[in-house]
Design a protein around this ligand. Structure first.
Ligand SMILES: *Cc1c(COP(=O)(O)O)cnc(C)c1O
Length: 385
């Protein structure tokens, strides 16, 4: 096959399976409304769970940070790109989440790649929840370590896999709140299973941080579990972008030596670190608690209404509320029907989710109003007729 044939056949295959992905240009895609071509939609697609992406104090913090530090960091943290703003944010994160250290990364994808690449060698084994995020499974696939996957949230099967002989070290990998199903991992049972074999637990809490637990400390804190490695990301509940790895002093020092994404990549702009510190302050404040409360009310309202409709869901208690319809074409048609009623929703199809489980991944946020949830339920009701 030539290059041209290879590319064309891959594209053809995607189109034939109703799985061809396109991006749509929007004016503004976070917050309560999404605007596109002068039309306003109620936005049920963004991961801005607390509605912080438009928060005036956080926007101002970024502006003030840019006025003070300029727009770029000028290099990796190892050269000249580790400013007082980065350090202040790392220290505040470590203090908030109860870890000795926090290291900033430019994205959750980069953090997961870096940590797994730096820690795992060829005698080691990664045992990951089957539904772990693409950034985790991609890193595991690229790693020389063996990869085994356990059935979703099945601590028993995890133990069975960990019990098999392994010459090196074992790392258990899971998410705190699962990105496509919205359910939570049984972190205590997973951590106990890991400890039984002297393994470590890595929890990627992209969807739990800021949203779950007291002061928004996330899934692990809420379940009173302290994973050896905690990855938190800032593009979701924080409303900004970036990520951090929380860990012990020696692990942080180790990552600073061996995590290539830290060493060979420009650090995040200092102004972004200033904005992230402001976002964290909001999350920890009374206002943050109120936003979490509002989100919880929306989730309750939505699940009550969804129960009366002929759709399959998961037992998600999080902001991520899947409506599972099965076939790709059906998910696309449902998304289209909702768009026509002014709701911006996204159809999620394989390979992002397992075959036959195409779905709408609806996300509720603190920026919504109760009437938005009611309108969404009404639109789903009409579409189900
Ligand atoms: C979104 C997400 C990531 C990637 O984080 P970015 O900061 O957007 O790169 C990693 N893990 C999970 C579970 C996610 O949902």
């Amino acid at each position: 096959m030539t290059w041209q044939q290879r590319i064309n056949s891959a594209l053809e295959e995607r189109r034939a399976a109703d799985a061809f992905r396109v991006r749509r240009v929007v004016e503004n895609g976070a917050g309560r409304f999404l605007t596109r071509e002068d039309r306003q939609f109620c936005n049920f697609s963004s991961n801005d769970y607390l509605g912080l992406s438009q928060h005036p104090a956080i926007v101002r913090a970024w502006q003030d940070g840019a006025a003070r530090f300029g727009v770029g960091s000028g290099g990796s943290g190892h050269v000249s790109g580790y400013t007082t703003a980065h350090r202040a944010l790392e220290e505040a994160l470590a203090d908030w989440l109860g870890y000795p250290r926090a290291l900033l990364f430019i994205s959750g994808f980069a953090a997961n790649q870096a940590v797994i690449a730096a820690l795992m060698g060829k005698d080691d084994r990664i045992v990951a929840d089957r539904l772990s995020h693409a950034s985790l499974l991609e890193a595991a696939n690229l790693s020389p370590a063996q990869l085994r996957r356990f059935a979703h949230n099945d601590a028993g099967q995890l133990s069975t896999l960990l019990d098999k002989p392994c010459a090196g070290q074992q790392l258990v990998v899971t998410e705190g709140v699962f990105s496509m199903d919205g359910d939570s991992a049984p972190l205590r049972a997973l951590h106990d299973a890991a400890k039984q074999q002297n393994g470590w637990l890595l929890v990627d809490d992209a969807h739990g941080i800021g949203v779950m637990g007291d002061e928004g400390r996330g899934s692990a804190y809420q379940q009173n579990v302290k994973p050896e490695l905690l990855v938190v990301t800032f593009g979701k509940g924080f409303g900004v972008s970036g990520a951090a790895v929380l860990c012990s002093d020696p692990v942080a020092d180790y990552l600073l030596q061996f995590a290539r994404h830290l060493i060979y990549s420009t650090s995040m702009p200092p102004a972004q670190a200033v904005a992230l510190s402001a976002s964290m302050a909001v999350i920890r404040s009374e206002e943050g608690a109120e936003r979490r409360q509002r989100l919880a009310e929306h989730i309750h309202r939505f699940r009550q209404g969804l129960g009366a409709l002929p759709f399959q869901s998961t037992d998600s208690l999080s902001a991520i509320q899947p409506v599972i319809v099965g076939e790709n074409s059906r998910a696309l048609a449902l998304a289209q029907a909702l768009r026509e009623r002014g709701m911006w929703v996204t159809a999620i199809r394989p390979p992002t989710v397992p075959p036959g489980t195409a779905r709408l991944r609806l996300t509720l946020t603190a920026a919504h109003k109760a009437q938005d949830i009611d309108a969404l339920l009404e639109a789903l009701h009409v579409a189900s007729q």
